[in-house]
Design a protein around this ligand. Structure first.
Ligand SMILES: Cc1cc2nc3c(=O)[nH]c(=O)nc-3n(C[C@H](O)[C@H](O)[C@H](O)COP(=O)(O)O)c2cc1C
Length: 182
């Protein structure tokens, strides 16, 4: 493989989202042969099978699906809403799951929260869905970032230990993608 293209999708729609900042921070700490692009979910409508059957995929959904299909691997960064992944992310996965395009795709879930547990429950719910889809889900290391509001500034990870965890995680994911493509 030459350049490894990873698509990172943050599961928050808000402008100042910590999870959005996190995926942008990943872009600058990725291994040299890894390119991370970010897809935001703001234009993805709520899944409705009537729409899919009558009109096909809405434009933003088609764009997301094309980018997912073209990517060598995916990163989903989920916030925790009431002990689970965000509805926006689950909704996007529901659209993306149609036709089985997610199966066999390498994926690395990550979560973060201002709380003490780093969105671990959100990540568990996300992992359950990704496993259900038959994706190659990176099992270890699992990264959940607690007090994430204190560890990011200007799309940069400012906490040294978090930076090390995330850098190692990205490197492991990169190596695994290469392995899976052999
Ligand atoms: C509806 C709602 C439910 C939430 N539930 C949880 C929760 O269960 N656990 C948690 O750690 N944080 C929870 N939070 C706080 C979020 O972790 C926090 O708002 C976080 O910044 C959201 O991610 P973002 O910054 O990427 O938008 C909740 C926030 C909202 C709006």
């Amino acid at each position: 493989m030459d350049t490894i293209n990873i698509l990172a999708i943050p599961g928050s729609l808000r402008q100042a989202s910590l999870n959005r900042q996190l995926v942008r921070a990943l872009q600058s700490v990725a291994p040299s042969d890894v390119q991370i692009s970010v897809f935001y979910l703001n234009d993805i409508p709520i899944y409705n099978q009537d729409v899919e059957l009558a009109d096909g995929f809405p434009a933003a959904v088609q764009e997301m699906r094309d980018k997912i299909e073209a990517a060598d691997g995916l990163i989903f960064a989920t916030p925790e809403y009431n002990g689970a992944m965000s509805g926006a992310l689950k909704n996007a996965i529901d659209w993306a799951s149609r036709g089985g395009i997610m199966a066999q795709k390498p994926v690395a879930p990550i979560s973060g929260s201002p709380g003490a547990l780093g969105g671990t429950k959100a990540q568990e719910s996300l992992r359950a869905v990704l496993n259900h889809l038959g994706m190659h889900v990176l099992s270890r290391p699992a990264v959940a970032i607690p007090q994430m509001n204190e560890k990011l500034a200007d799309d940069t990870i400012t906490d040294e230990m978090t930076l090390k965890f995330v850098t190692d995680w990205l490197s492991t994911f990169r190596n695994w993608i290469v392995q899976l493509n052999k």
